[in-house]
Design a protein around this ligand. Structure first.
Ligand code: ZN
Length: 178
């Protein structure tokens, strides 16, 4: 008896009451407009979800990305041609050691010096960094005896200072020209 009520009477009653309510609402203009708006929203939502992605759209998208990439490359190349003279200044002796570096141009920070690498001023061998309790020092792997003298703080060249010296030389125009 309970099953009968659940599976037959309840659905029938619901649909009958539902259709009465629907007919009643349909008669009122506001509700009819509202229901058509809701129906339109629902069908748009369903059509977005079931939208087929056409293969040509994928190809067109890929082509568009490729064109953007090419344009970016062309702009980068133009940038390199238009770079100022000092941008060729990427190595030199600031104090005693020989340093090499690269520039990075950033809108917020301006010129940023990156990849600062120290070299032995006598043989141009790259210096090796050592960290000790006393601090960091560098030694030329090619000149171990001379390196003993370099193991003092006085000989230590701070990359931050070197950065500032490079920027100062650029700003004052005192960097060596080729
Ligand atoms: Zn050396």
């Amino acid at each position: 008896m309970k099953a009968l009520a659940l599976y037959i009477i309840l659905p029938v009653a619901t649909s009958v009451v539902g259709s009465f309510v629907y007919d009643g609402i349909k008669g009122v203009a506001v509700f009819s407009t509202l229901s058509s708006v809701l129906y339109w929203l629902w069908s748009t939502f369903v059509s977005i979800l079931t939208l087929e992605i056409k293969l040509w759209i994928v190809f067109a998208g890929l082509l568009f990305l490729r064109i953007l990439q090419k344009m970016r490359k062309a702009l980068d190349e133009r940038d390199i041609r238009n770079r100022p003279e000092w941008s060729k200044y990427t190595s030199g002796v600031l104090r005693k050691w020989l340093w090499t570096w690269r520039y990075n141009f950033q809108a917020t920070q301006g010129i940023v010096i990156e990849n600062l690498v120290p070299y032995c001023p006598h043989c141009a061998c790259q210096l090796q960094a050592y960290n000790t309790l006393q601090g960091r020092y560098y030694r030329c792997p090619n000149h171990p005896l001379e390196a003993r003298e370099q193991e003092t703080f006085a000989e230590y060249e701070d990359p931050e200072e070197i950065r500032k010296l490079i920027l100062h030389r650029i700003a004052s125009g005192s960097y060596p020209r080729e």
